[in-house]
Design a protein around this ligand. Structure first.
Ligand code: ASP
Length: 245
C-alpha cells in the first residue's frame, strides 16, 4: 500500500499544485509572498545556526562554538544532501567521535535521541510557515496566536521524525491549533524539498553542539576508554574466536 502511495504521490502533488495555481487570482503577488517566505525561513535558520546556537554554546561552555561547526562540516553537508537527520546519524557520530574527539558514551546516547527529538530547524519552519498561510489567506494573527504557534511549533518539532518532509507533515497540527485553513499549503510543497535540506542541517548542527555541552559538564575525557568504549569490540573478537558469530 505504501509503495503504491509513494509511486502515486508525485502525480497527486502535481495536480494539487496545478489546482492551486489555477485558482490563484494574482500569481505575481503569491510568487512574491513565497519568495518572502523562503527569505524569512533562510534568515531564521541562519540566525539560529550562526547566532543563537553558538551563543548558547559559548555561554554554557566558554568555548569557541564555530570550531564544532567546522569539525561537523561533513555531517552538515550529508544532512544537506539527504534531508534526513536519521540517515546522517552515522556520519554525525563519526564527526563527533573522531574529529571532535567526544566520548562515545555521550555521543552514542545523545546523537540518536537528538536525531529523533531535537529538531530546531523544524521548529523554525513550523513557526514561519503558518505566518505564510495566514498572509496568503488574508488573516491577521494576534499576539496570542503567535504565542500558540511558537509553542505548538516546538512541540510538533519534537514529534517529527528525522526523515525527509516529516516537519512538513507536522505543520498541519500547528495550523489546526490556531484554526488556520490549509489553503496555500501546496505552494509550500513546491519549495519544501529545498527548505527541508537546510532545516535538517540546523537539526544536525544542534545535536553536535548538545554533545559538546554535555561533554563539557560531564567532564568525561575523550581518551577515557577504560569502561565501555573498548568492550563491544573485545566481546565481538572473543565471539569470533569462539565461532559464535
Ligand atoms: N527532515 C528533517 C530531519 O530529518 C525533519 C524535518 O522535516 O523538519 O531532521
Amino acid at each position: 500500500m505504501i509503495t503504491l502511495v509513494m509511486w502515486y504521490s508525485p502525480v497527486g502533488i502535481l495536480f494539487l499544485i496545478t489546482g492551486q495555481i489555477i485558482s490563484t487570482t494574482d500569481l505575481t503577488e503569491t510568487g512574491q509572498t513565497l519568495a518572502m517566505y523562503i527569505a524569512t525561513e533562510m534568515a531564521g535558520l541562519a540566525i539560529h545556526l550562526l547566532v543563537v546556537l553558538p551563543g548558547l554554546y559559548c555561554v554554557l561552555t566558554r568555548k569557541n562554538p564555530y570550531s564544532i561547526h567546522l569539525k561537523a562540516i561533513q555531517a552538515l553537508i550529508t544532512a544537506l544532501a539527504t534531508s534526513s537527520s536519521a540517515a546522517t546519524l552515522p556520519v554525525t557520530m563519526q564527526c563527533v567521535e573522531q574529529r571532535m574527539k567526544m566520548d562515545t558514551r555521550i555521543s552514542r546516547f545523545i546523537l540518536p535521541v537528538g536525531a529523533t527529538v531535537n529538531m530546531d530547524g523544524g521548529a523554525v519552519f513550523a513557526a514561519i510557515a503558518p505566518m505564510f498561510i495566514a498572509q496568503y489567506n488574508g488573516i491577521s494573527l494576534t499576539f496570542g496566536d503567535v504565542i500558540i504557534i511558537s509553542l505548538t511549533a516546538v512541540l510538533s518539532s519534537v514529534g517529527s521524525a528525522g526523515v525527509p518532509g516529516s516537519g512538513f507533515a507536522m505543520l498541519l497540527f500547528v495550523l489546526k491549533a490556531i484554526g488556520l485553513p490549509e489553503r496555500g499549503i501546496s505552494f509550500l510543497v513546491t519549495v519544501d524539498w529545498l527548505m527541508d535540506r537546510f532545516r535538517t542541517m540546523v537539526n544536525v548542527a544542534s545535536d553536535c553542539l548538545v554533545v559538546g555541552v554535555v561533554s563539557h559538564y560531564t567532564k568525561l575525557s575523550p581518551s577515557d576508554t577504560s569502561e565501555t568504549q573498548g568492550e563491544p569490540l573485545r566481546e565481538e573478537q572473543e565471539m569470533l574466536e569462539n565461532d559464535l558469530v
